[in-house]
Design a protein around this ligand. Structure first.
Ligand code: UGA
Ligand code: MN
Length: 255
């Protein structure tokens, strides 16, 4: 069955580098369909060209985050959740616009892959057999070495997390995958942009499963196969100096 990967993305200096790294991972995964959703009023040529020449199977969408929902320059990044309307747009496409090809067309697994994380190929093998919702550890997240479901006798019985353990599903976006069939059976299930900090993942998962139904992967959640890496914002001090002297980088060079 195919793996549908939904990725929200937005324009910034490192965007092309992030998307290049991501697509070079995805190229190595069999039967992967990438749903890339730009947080933008229209599709950009940078992303369009990247996808066209990628060799991947993909769907290119865009959905602008409503201005009142968008994090403003200088606001702390925990204030408002990011990528919400884009992930919901990806879900809408899967439910309404995905080409249906007969009997087996509801087979598939859906994964939400942010554009800055680091993904092992093994992760995609683990998630491919998802019946309802599968889960695994995520490295370098929540101010921990890793966060992870706690497994006993093949069942999830709790969560190893240092932050808001009271959350119904204390898992990062990168730590679970959902079967397409379940998402089609529950057409109301989606991410809630007004969810309190840390409750975004729970806002989707609560509409889909209970904790005892979660399917542990990655050797009963003992292996870290995805890392919540974050990319440093590039400094442009020299660029600004040269710009002021009329010697800035050529704007025709896409970067
Ligand atoms: C953490 C979680 O890992 C995310 O899944 C969650 O969405 C986020 O917190 C949150 O609080 O909403 P973090 O690394 O802080 O992630 O978030 P980013 O990587 O900056 O953003 C998550 C995704 O949304 C990325 O794919 C990013 O490209 C996209 N994004 C970010 C937008 O589409 N628009 C924006 O304005 C910002
Ligand atoms: Mn991130």
């Amino acid at each position: 069955p195919p793996i549908y990967v939904i990725t929200p993305t937005y324009a910034r200096l490192v965007q092309k580098a992030e998307l290049t790294r991501l697509l070079h991972t995805f190229l190595l995964v069999p039967a992967l369909h990438w749903i890339l959703v730009e947080d933008a009023p229209h599709k950009t040529s940078l992303v369009s060209n990247l996808l066209k020449s990628s060799g991947l199977s993909y769907t290119h969408l865009n959905m602008l985050t409503a201005p009142q929902r968008k994090l403003q320059e200088g606001e702390p990044n925990w204030l408002k959740p990011r990528g919400v309307e884009q992930r919901n747009e990806g879900l809408r496409w899967l439910r309404e616009d995905r080409p249906s090809t007969g009997g087996a067309s509801e087979q598939g697994v859906v994964y939400f892959a942010d554009d800055d994380n680091t993904y092992s190929l093994q992760l995609f093998q683990e998630m491919r057999s998802t019946q309802k919702v599968s889960v695994w550890p995520v490295g370098l997240v929540g101010a921990m070495k890793y966060e992870s479901p706690v497994v006993q006798g093949g069942q999830v019985v709790g969560f190893h997390t240092g932050w808001r353990p009271s959350r119904p599903f204390p898992v990062d976006m990168a730590g679970f995958a959902v079967s397409l069939r379940l998402l089609l059976e529950r057409p109301e299930a989606r991410f809630h942009g007004d969810a309190a900090q840390g409750f975004l993942e729970s806002s989707l998962l609560q509409g889909l499963v209970t904790v005892d139904e979660l399917e542990p992967r990655a050797d009963n959640c003992t292996k870290v196969l995805v890392w919540h890496t974050r990319t440093e914002k590039p400094k442009l001090k020299r660029e600004d100096v040269l710009q002021a002297q009329g010697q800035g980088s050529d704007p025709r060079v896409e970067n």
